[in-house]
Design a protein around this ligand. Structure first.
Ligand SMILES: NC(=O)c1ccc[n+]([C@@H]2O[C@H](COP(=O)([O-])OP(=O)(O)OC[C@H]3O[C@@H](n4cnc5c(N)ncnc54)[C@H](O)[C@@H]3O)[C@@H](O)[C@H]2O)c1
Ligand SMILES: [Zn+2]
Length: 355
């Protein structure tokens, strides 16, 4: 691959860095990192598939068993052991190669080991490419609480090679499109239209289309992160559909839906709330529903649901975060607002609806 074909997105935050996006980037990544002391962190699935590439990056490779359950302090401590035992110092770099689980735990280890060492992300899942590797949030789950311990820690660089998506399981691949559709709804109408026009190629995982989708998504997230690096305000619009999604995930015990699937259902609910408040038309709700469904995402919960309990989970979530019942809504595809005064009965109604 010619370096000219690699897109570069500069992230202008407290510690500026570049995100590289392209295909066939293995040699490019190796040459960018070759002079550095590299400590690779990855999970068992990624290791099985990309062992040669990982070993070429460094002779130090730490592998933990794949899965959200492993995003915990026991894995974190093992990463510290791995760094200490292999002589990592302040001039070393941790390189997380994997999905969001790897990126979050490797990032947190890097941010705390010797009060912070270098960090690169090489995201291999679509969710990690368009969301978790961008923006500098790191963390682990603890005490049954998701991401309760963590830090803001920007990497030194991110390498996004869409070729990794070829081996991603179908459900993981499709579910991450919920976050991509989200960027379309909250801030990028032309990305939304691009998705509408390219569903078939997306489902075939065409690199040409994927590079555009991934680059546009990253640019959108970078725009928001640059304005609100530490999540004090504007970054909240990234939570479109997520208040509902988190409640649905919690209600179903984090086992029935992948995060993106719950976000898809949550976004349909958020569209309905927007419509009921007179912010968008029925056609907009239908456009979102059609795109999600064409992509293969769910639009509603399949199981018996207790709307009141889901609503209670939402309220509790808000209370824990010390926030009122504020919702991210849309005023039309491509724009979002944070609404401070959404009536509780309207929310309850929308949860109960079966559409
Ligand atoms: N830091 C942030 O800003 C942020 C944002 C969103 C989500 N997250 C976190 O990200 C995590 C979810 O990330 P995820 O969806 O990538 O989950 P994940 O890391 O568990 O990856 C999903 C599955 O795909 C496998 N996989 C990854 N890349 C592969 C590839 N190229 N080929 C085959 N299999 C591959 C993994 O081994 C895993 O089994 C959650 O822990 C969430 O909290 C963080
Ligand atoms: Zn999300």
């Amino acid at each position: 691959m010619q370096t000219a074909d690699i897109k570069q997105i500069d992230v202008k935050v407290s510690k500026p860095y570049t995100v590289y996006v392209g295909e066939g980037l293995h040699d490019f990544i190796k040459s960018e990192l070759k002079e550095k002391r590299i400590y690779v962190v990855t999970d068992s699935n990624v290791y099985e598939l990309y062992r040669d590439f990982l070993k070429d990056l460094s002779s130090y490779v730490f592998v933990f068993e794949a899965g959200e359950e492993r995003k915990n302090y026991s894995t974190l401590l093992k990463i510290y052991d791995f760094l200490i035992e292999n002589g990592a110092d302040r001039y070393s770099y941790a390189v997380g190669v994997g999905g969001g689980v790897v990126g979050d735990v490797a990032g947190f280890a890097a941010s705390t080991y010797m009060r912070g060492i270098g960090l690169y992300h090489i995201p291999t899942s679509l969710l990690a490419m368009v969301d978790s590797s961008i923006g500098g949030k790191t963390g682990i789950n603890y005490h049954g609480l998701k991401n309760i311990v963590g830090s803001f820690y920007q990497p030194n660089g991110v390498f996004v090679d869409v070729d990794f998506l070829k081996t991603l399981p179908e459900r993981e691949y499709i579910s991450a499109f919920a976050e991509v559709v989200k960027y379309g709804i909250i801030m990028d109408a032309s990305l939304f239209e691009f998705l509408e026009r390219n569903v078939e190629l997306i489902r075939k995982r065409e690199n040409k289309v994927l590079k555009i989708v991934v680059e546009r998504s990253i640019k959108n997230k970078v725009d928001i992160v640059e304005k609100d690096e530490k999540e004090k305000g504007q970054r909240a619009i990234l939570n479109f559909g997520h208040t509902f999604a988190h409640a649905i995930e919690s209600f179903t015990g984090y086992s029935r839906y992948l995060h993106g699937e719950a976000v898809a259902i949550g976004m349909v609910k958020a569209m309905r709330v927007s419509q009921r408040m007179g912010l968008v038309k029925e056609e907009d709700v239908e456009r979102v529903r059609k795109l999600l469904s064409d992509l293969g995402l769910p639009l509603k919960m399949e199981e018996e649901k207790d709307a009141y309990r889901i609503f209670q989970i939402m309220l509790k979530d808000k209370k824990n975060k010390n926030s009122s019942l504020r919702f991210v809504l849309t005023k039309g595809i491509g724009s979002s607002i944070i609404a401070g005064s959404v009536r509780e009965d309207l929310i309850l109604d929308v949860i109960s609806e079966d559409t």
